[in-house]
Design a protein around this ligand. Structure first.
Ligand code: SAH
Length: 515
């Protein structure tokens, strides 16, 4: 036992979908000071490592394949001896064809304490996401996980082909793409019927997942013809037929489509969730950052005079949040609004106010400024004070109209929209690598700001061939002025309708391609 607290977590990262790491795995990863990760572990998990953690890609260590492993073992030992908490992040499960056993042996020999966190191995992950149950009460009662990496012509194969072909129900080969011809021939030669269905699943559980279906007799030729490449697992058995019925992941309407969401971070969540449910891979690139006003004097003064206002109008979640931030900063709480009536524009704003224990007195039908004005129309406003906390660039429709009705409107800035510092590097890379097929703009400023962030030329270059979705005619016009062609514009200006239109766009594209 070392005295300096070096420790190694051997963590199964799961098969690719970052959501498939275990809670324990994520927890250990967040404690790591050094992360040594593999090709097959999803890179996006690295953002969960400790803040200043050293990230080492195991593929870069050493040269020839066999050297690599001993050098990885040495590195693990060395980092732990330096007193570091090390996470060894491996694709799938560490103990299924992962050489995790060898790494543990090296740690044990060096007296370094370790912990093993299991993961969802590729066979389980890829089968689930391909809609193929590895066992099924009516079809098969057993499953074998086998390496397909062994040289297939090897004289004394360690694989008992006879037993494997006849004894086991479902057989899943790892690392078998290259040897597929020999593997399938071996199985047929040892008694498995040539018509047995086979599925190849490449990059299972990821947006790039590809599935090829055939039989023992023809899958190798099919794979050659399609140029099918590693990493993939090969599933052999009658259960493969179940995919026809159970396919769910790669049949979703936006499967394999990358969509860029340009809304402010705190507004992107709902849109992202909708798109992801439909199978899209969403990239969030906030083009608007919402921050406190430069000076809080105006809003603070209004808060100090709250008792003199008859109404307070909140038009967005942001105004609610920033108003209450100031209220609390001044040592007050919801009771300071006790004598005011509250108008909330839209159900989401109403819900945000409800979180502060307040039920709005009025929720206008239409969510636009015009709706607010309409709602106040029948009221006697002469001499009444109305507080309208606003965004720095809000239109002045509301104060003007209510003023004309006789009210005295105070409209302090509650928050500002500013341009973020840059586009996250991962987004730039995704755009450059053409992983994004659709860009969404939910306001004119998202268009302007993305162009500013990227620079106009790069903006046009990176969005070439990317379907542009704009939420309404004003946003579309801004897109066109910037030189973009708008492919998708919903008839209603809501996120839900926009999402429907994106689905429609891609499915009509698909059916045209198939014609
Ligand atoms: N320890 C890993 C396996 C490592 S061996 C695990 O438990 O999953 C590497 C092989 O795993 C690849 O050649 C491929 O056959 C398989 N594999 C890993 N991730 C995969 C994925 N997302 N889809 C299909 N096969 C995968």
């Amino acid at each position: 036992m070392t005295s300096n607290n070096g420790y190694v977590y051997l963590i199964g990262a799961g098969p690719g979908d970052p959501g498939l790491i275990t809670v324990r795995g994520l927890n250990c990863l967040s404690r790591a000071e050094v992360v040594i990760y593999d090709y097959l572990a999803n890179d996006s998990l690295l953002s969960h490592a400790g803040k200043n953690a050293e990230l080492i890609y195991a593929g870069k260590i050493g040269g020839a394949h066999n050297h690599e492993q001993s050098q990885i073992n040495n590195l693990l030992v060395q980092k732990a001896l330096d007193g570091k908490v090390v996470a060894r992040l491996k694709g799938g499960d560490p103990f299924v064809f992962g050489r995790g056993g060898e790494e543990c042996e090296a740690l044990k020999a060096a007296g370094i304490p370790f912990e093993i966190v299991p993961g969802v191995t590729a066979a389980l992950g890829a089968a689930a996401y391909a809609g193929i149950p590895l066992t099924h009460r009516d079809i098969t009662t057993s499953v074998a996980l086998v390496t397909g990496h062994e040289h297939p012509a090897k004289e004394n194969s360690e694989i008992d082909w006879q037993r494997l072909s006849l004894g086991s129900g479902t057989v899943v080969f790892y690392m078998g793409v290259k040897n597929l011809q020999q593997i399938t021939t071996n199985m047929i030669d040892h008694g498995r019927p040539p018509e047995t269905p086979v599925a190849l699943v490449r990059w299972g559980t990821r947006p790039e997942q590809e599935v090829l279906i055939g039989t023992l007799a023809d899958i190798a030729a099919k794979a050659r013809k399609a140029g099918f490449k590693a990493p993939a697992i090969t599933i052999v058995g009658e259960v493969v037929r179940m995919r026809d019925k159970l396919r769910w992941f790669d049949s979703r309407p936006l499967f394999g489509k990358g969509v860029l969401v340009t809304r402010a971070t705190d507004q992107a969540g709902e849109f992202t969730a909708l798109l992801e449910e439909l199978g899209a891979t969403v990239w969030e690139c906030p083009t608007i950052q919402i921050v406190a006003p430069e000076s809080t004097v105006a809003i603070d003064t209004a808060i100090a005079e709250l008792a003199t206002f008859s109404w307070v109008i909140f038009t967005s979640i942001n105004t609610v949040q920033h108003f209450f931030t100031r209220l609390h900063a001044l040592g007050l709480d919801s009771r300071a609004l006790g004598s005011c009536k509250i108008c909330a524009v839209g159900p989401k704003t109403a819900a945000a106010i409800a979180q502060h224990g307040i039920t709005p007195d009025m929720i206008p039908q239409s969510y636009k400024a015009e709706g607010v004005i309409e709602a106040f129309h029948s009221m006697e406003l002469a001499g009444k004070r109305i507080l309208y906390p606003k965004a720095d660039r809000a239109r002045d429709l509301i104060p003007k109209a209510l003023g004309e009705m006789g009210a005295e409107v105070t409209d302090p800035v509650a928050y500002r929209n500013i341009l973020p510092e840059d586009v996250p590097p991962a987004i730039l890379q995704a755009l450059e690598e053409r992983k994004i097929q659709c860009v969404t703009f939910t306001s004119s400023s998202t268009v302007d700001n993305l162009a500013k962030l990227l620079g106009e030329n790069r903006f046009l270059h990176l969005l070439e061939g990317v379907a542009v979705a704009a939420i309404g005619p004003i946003t579309s016009k801004t897109c066109q002025e910037m030189g973009l062609k708008v492919a998708i514009e919903p008839s209603q200006y809501t996120i839900a309708t926009m999402t429907d239109e994106i689905v429609r766009y891609f499915s009509s594209l698909h059916s045209n391609e198939e014609k």
